[in-house]
Design a protein around this ligand. Structure first.
Ligand SMILES: C[S@@+](CC[C@H](N)C(=O)[O-])C[C@H]1O[C@@H](n2cnc3c(N)ncnc32)[C@H](O)[C@@H]1O
Length: 233
């Protein structure tokens, strides 16, 4: 696994406190990374060579243990998936799932999505972006760490294909309001729930992961947002 060694002063949306890997996660990283992992490199990926075919690319950002990516990829073999996760235990778990089910349409990056988008993804290459249950950073002093911010949206706008889609889900009302403020005022984003509506109906293809289940246990609502793009550049 090659991490990005270009250090910059960007505020990160995560803190690496990953604890110990289980022996099965370590085994997966040692044995399956070469087949399904994407090392960091400051050069654009050649997607057709990576997946050995041309297919719509779905970028799933912050996949945790990857259950949602895995489910979507298994039910949509016609798509290619790039799962991005900075914590290695989740990467190990997803590698095990990919390998035991012989999936060939998921690749995994173990780097910060900002570095991956800035360096490795060609412009206009992504068909859909998923950001499900990003860490909410609820304390005011930590909100600068939120993953969904101007920088990420600008990068997505550069990398998304013309008829691409951005799907977001959160169970934190304050994060939902933040997303609404950021995205609904952006003339290049189209709120596909309709201009007057706050959020979209829950898509039936999004499985309930443990993060959503925890939100529901805490009596949180869940907000889904779905955007198209109006890019004249
Ligand atoms: C709360 S979990 C959600 C997992 C999954 N999407 C789900 O719905 O179950 C958020 C994940 O995003 C990852 N993450 C946070 N910032 C990231 C970044 N900049 N690049 C890649 N992964 C990131 C965290 O490590 C964490 O595993």
């Amino acid at each position: 696994m090659k991490e990005n060694t270009i250090k910059n002063n960007t505020i990160r949306s995560y803190v690496k406190r990953e604890g110990r890997l289980t022996s099965s996660q370590q085994y997966a990283i040692d044995n399956y990374w070469d087949r399904h992992g994407v090392d960091f490199s400051p050069a654009c990926l050649v997607l057709q060579a990576l997946y050995k075919r041309r297919a719509p690319l779905i970028l799933d950002i912050g996949v945790g243990t990857g259950d949602s990516t895995f489910n979507h990829a298994q039910t949509h073999p016609e798509n290619n998936y790039l799962a991005i996760e900075v914590h290695r235990p989740g990467v190990g778990q997803l590698l095990n799932n990919i390998e035991s089910n012989n999936l060939t349409n998921i690749k995994i990056s173990n780097n910060d999505v900002i570095d991956v988008l800035q360096n490795q993804i060609p412009d206009r290459a992504i068909s859909q972006v998923f950001i499900f249950f990003a860490d909410p950073w609820p304390k005011t002093k930590h909100q600068k760490r939120r993953l969904i911010n101007d920088q990420l949206i600008e990068l997505i706008k550069r990398k998304i294909a013309r008829h691409g889609r951005l799907h977001i889900a959160t169970d934190w009302q304050d994060y939902a309001k933040h997303i609404q403020r950021l995205c609904h005022s952006d003339p290049e984003l189209i709120n596909l729930s309709g201009n007057k509506l706050y959020s979209s109906p829950r898509p039936n293809w999004r499985i309930r992961t443990r993060y959503e289940a925890r939100g529901l246990r805490l009596n949180h609502n869940v907000w889904d947002f779905c955007y198209g793009f109006n890019l004249n550049r």
